[in-house]
Design a protein. Structure first.
Lengths: 202, 237
């Protein structure tokens, strides 16, 4: 309770922060966390946890494991807070990057090379439609839904299977039964279009 | 000069973590020095964060307490020191370079000792190599290429470098291997490499610039002022 009250107070601080604190309101929280301020980090957790966990859960799938990975992500963000460089992207972008990488590391280390080969050889295609469907029904921002809607079907599937499904482009090629080069191109075209549709962080 | 531009097309897949470990390592060796790829990665990550932000899920209720308990006993990394002016200049040079020479992944090693010297090397070469390796800023890079690995060891402080190859095939008639030091001004011819019958090359030479990359091409036997042949070996520093 104490922490919660304190973090509210900190957030009020942040709103009153001088303009030279930069355009990213999470940046000043992170800078304070980088100096060892655990209350600032608690506020950062409150701001970022749904984003981080959303990424982790979609990739990892298992809720208990996802909680573990989300915890690891935040401990990692705490360790790295001293090295955050706002010229290299926003706090959210940084957190999403760390979260996705951690989630990927978890699923890829657990999926033995043998399983992977066996699956590809036997050509058993997992039900990837569920990943795509679920992502689309849970997107709660019309802007992002609209941007995804501007992608071709193959671009959208390739990007979503890679990002939310946690697959490499080679695995996506197997899932979608198209050539690797085609998937690489669709991923690239899809990301360029998404970027152009969404623009910079609002 | 043929270059490999394919690596630039990995930016989106890399931002999505949709590359394998080898591709990830290759791209990470490349993109910090490539303006286009660096910008692409930053923008794609920002785009993906917006995607992630639109699909939030709250973690388990106890995760917050566990995180706060764990960070209370977790040391933070020391901050990175500001880049020195020298490092900054170096970085700028790298950026220029990457537009002229496509990168190959290069594992940069801190030289651990004179284990490169083989028993039958000429004493003069062994001494020269040892002198370069003794410099605190000595660096070694293996150059990636088709036929085995070739290596360059050098020291900016000592303005001296050594080149080692063990299995370099004989150059075609009328041609010679030429080693290039690449800096912000482009490729500087360094040395014509003449492999012995067993493919061994041992050479030392002066360098008057700080390299951002090394490369080997096939050139006319008398050498060229600027590279004209295909890049056979290359490494970014």
């Amino acid at each position: 309770m104490g922490v919660l009250n304190l973090s509210r107070g900190r957030r009020a601080d942040r709103l009153a922060a001088p303009p030279d604190d930069g355009g990213d309101p999470l940046g000043s929280l992170l800078r304070r966390a980088g100096r060892g301020d655990q209350d600032a980090f608690a506020s950062l957790y409150d701001e970022l946890a749904p984003l981080v966990h959303g990424v982790v859960l979609r990739v990892v799938r298992d809720p208990a494991q996802s909680d573990e990975v989300t915890q690891e992500v935040f401990v990692e963000l705490w360790r790295l807070a001293t090295r955050f460089d706002e010229t290299r992207g926003s706090v959210k972008s940084w957190a999403a990057t760390v979260a996705h990488r951690r989630a990927i590391d978890r699923v890829r280390s657990e999926q033995s090379a043998r399983d992977r080969v066996a699956r590809e050889v036997s050509n058993v295609v997992p039900d990837h439609d569920s990943v795509v469907d679920e992502v689309e029904t849970t997107l709660d921002q019309a802007r992002v839904r609209r941007a995804l809607g501007r992608l071709t079907g193959l671009q959208r599937e390739a990007v979503e299977l890679a990002y939310f499904g946690g697959h490499t482009y080679r695995e996506v090629a197997v899932l979608l039964d198209v050539a690797e080069g085609t998937v690489k191109t669709r991923i690239r075209d899809g990301m360029i279009r998404l970027r152009d549709e969404l623009g910079a962080t609002p | 000069v043929s270059t490999n531009t394919d690596i630039h097309h990995l930016a989106a897949a890399y931002a999505l973590d949709a590359v394998d470990d080898r591709e990830r390592a290759a791209f990470e060796a490349h993109y910090p020095s490539c303006d286009v790829c660096r910008t692409d990665v930053l923008e794609y990550r920002d785009t993906l964060a917006q995607l992630a932000d639109a699909a939030p899920v709250a973690p388990g209720a106890d995760v917050r307490d566990r995180v706060l308990a764990e960070i209370a006993r977790t040391r933070q990394l020391s901050p990175l020191l500001p880049v020195s002016e020298l490092a900054e200049r170096r970085r700028r040079r790298r950026r220029v370079l990457s537009t002229t020479l496509a990168a190959a992944a290069a594992m940069v090693l801190v030289v651990a000792g004179a284990l490169l010297v083989s028993r039958d090397d000429q004493p003069a070469f062994a001494d020269e190599l040892a002198a370069v390796l003794a410099q605190p800023d000595a660096r070694l890079v293996p150059l990636d290429g088709d036929a085995g690995t070739v290596r360059v060891v050098w020291s900016d402080e000592a303005d001296r470098a050594a080149f080692l190859a063990d299995d370099l095939p004989a150059a075609p008639d009328g041609e010679a291997y030429e080693l290039w030091l690449i800096d912000d001004g482009g490729a500087v011819p360094m040395h014509l490499l003449d492999p012995a019958a067993d493919g061994e090359v041992r050479a030392t030479f002066d360098i008057r610039a700080s390299p951002v990359a090394w490369g080997v091409t096939l050139e006319p036997v008398e050498g060229s002022a600027a590279p004209t042949g295909e890049i056979l070996y290359v490494a970014e520093v």
